[in-house]
Design a binder for this molecule. Structure first.
Ligand SMILES: CC[C@H](C)[C@H](NC(=O)[C@H](C)NC(=O)[C@@H](CCSC)NC[C@@H](N)Cc1ccccc1)C(=O)O
Length: 329
């Protein structure tokens, strides 16, 4: 039985967290976005048109003695932000930290949308959602985690994302040194293929928790904390000078003073998003006004507890117990 750990680095403004992986023999090193909100491992590849590659590292299956084309298989994925990619599939050796999966489905991109072409540091996505939403046709493939979990001490992984500093993904163990206090556990609804859960309520600043059921997903691949419109309005009603700015596509407010904390419940515990984390990023060079890290989930159908929420905590994604654990750190 094994365990593993790999360091993940925050991009500017923590917009995404990028993690090194190796594919093939000899190993080809790529840096990808670990995404608990999807379930495809896809990478930039030599099968793409040169014009769609702008600085990314690419996977070359012809340069790997262990690659084997999954004949007739294709994939196509679309994300909530409208971005997309598609291509064909190889089985090859994938290594993350000290963990290796010999026959992992590696989805080689032939096409990617501009959002990916214009993100030079990101060579692809590694889905850590449930394999039920893997997009490979005719036969959906397993995620890296689903393939490796039988070899793990225990079938879980943990995230320790940080604000502007390296964090880590651990596989197969809970590091007691990574958190403080108790872990609050809550059941996972994986019926949509996501790490879904329901928070019992929220609070703004130091007020007591309001009972308000919030159903959402824990999504390392989404930057912000996207919540129901009514909650977002309630929060920003307590932020001086906050207003919805349609040109920015969300709530903006003066970068000082620091806005109030946002608290959400996890079972009988709470998670606090400090006000200075709600200050997502300045929208002007004079750093006068800031874009909020809390925005509306309108149109998605559920809330998304993205990096703004996750980086406050040490989070356990437990596939064995089908539960999420949140702890302070
Ligand atoms: C519009 C498409 C809907 C959202 C749906 N797609 C999904 O749910 C996909 C798997 N997941 C996602 O689009 C979202 C989770 C649900 S949002 C409705 N997370 C993954 C995304 N943030 C990954 C990403 C990272 C960096 C850059 C861009 C995108 C579908 O295919 O039907």
């Amino acid at each position: 039985r094994q365990t593993g750990t790999v360091e993940t680095d925050a991009e500017k403004h923590d917009v995404e967290y990028l993690t090194p992986i190796s594919i093939g023999t000899p190993p080809q090193d790529l840096i990808v976005d670990f995404d608990t909100g999807s379930s495809d491992l896809w990478v930039f590849s030599t099968e793409m048109a040169a014009k769609d590659i702008k600085g990314q590292a690419v996977y070359d299956p012809n340069n790997s003695s262990t690659s084997e084309k999954l004949q007739g298989s294709t994939w196509q994925i679309t994300y909530g932000d409208g971005s997309s990619s598609s291509g064909d599939v190889y089985l090859d050796t994938v290594t993350i930290g000290n963990l290796t999966v010999p026959n992992q489905a590696v989805e080689a991109a032939k096409k990617v949308s501009d959002e990916f072409t214009d993100d030079p540091n990101n060579d692809g996505l590694l889905g850590l959602g449930f394999s039920s939403i893997n997009t490979v046709q005719p036969t959906p493939q397993n995620t890296f985690f689903d393939n490796v979990k039988k070899n793990l001490d225990t079938p879980l992984f943990t995230t320790d994302l940080k604000h502007g500093a390296p964090g880590s993904y651990n596989f197969g163990y809970i590091d007691p040194a990574a958190y403080i206090g108790n872990i609050s556990w809550t059941p996972v609804d994986n019926s949509q293929g996501f790490w879904g859960f329901t928070s019992p309520g929220y609070a703004v600043g130091t007020e007591t928790l309001r009972n308000h059921s919030i159903s959402g997903i824990a999504d390392t691949g989404t930057t912000l904390l996207l919540l129901p419109k009514s909650i977002v309005k309630a929060y920003y009603s307590e932020v001086q000078g906050a207003q919805y700015d349609s040109s920015q596509g969300g709530y903006v407010f003066p970068c000082s003073p620091t806005p109030p904390d946002f608290v959400f419940g996890v079972n009988n515990g709470i998670v606090t998003v400090p006000g200075d984390m709600v200050l997502y990023a300045p929208i002007d060079s004079a750093n006068q006004n800031c874009f909020g890290g809390i925005q509306s989930d309108t149109g998605i159908g559920f809330s998304i507890f993205g990096d703004v929420a996750l980086k406050t905590s040490f989070v356990v994604f437990d596939a064995g117990g089908l539960q999420l654990g949140w702890a302070a750190k």
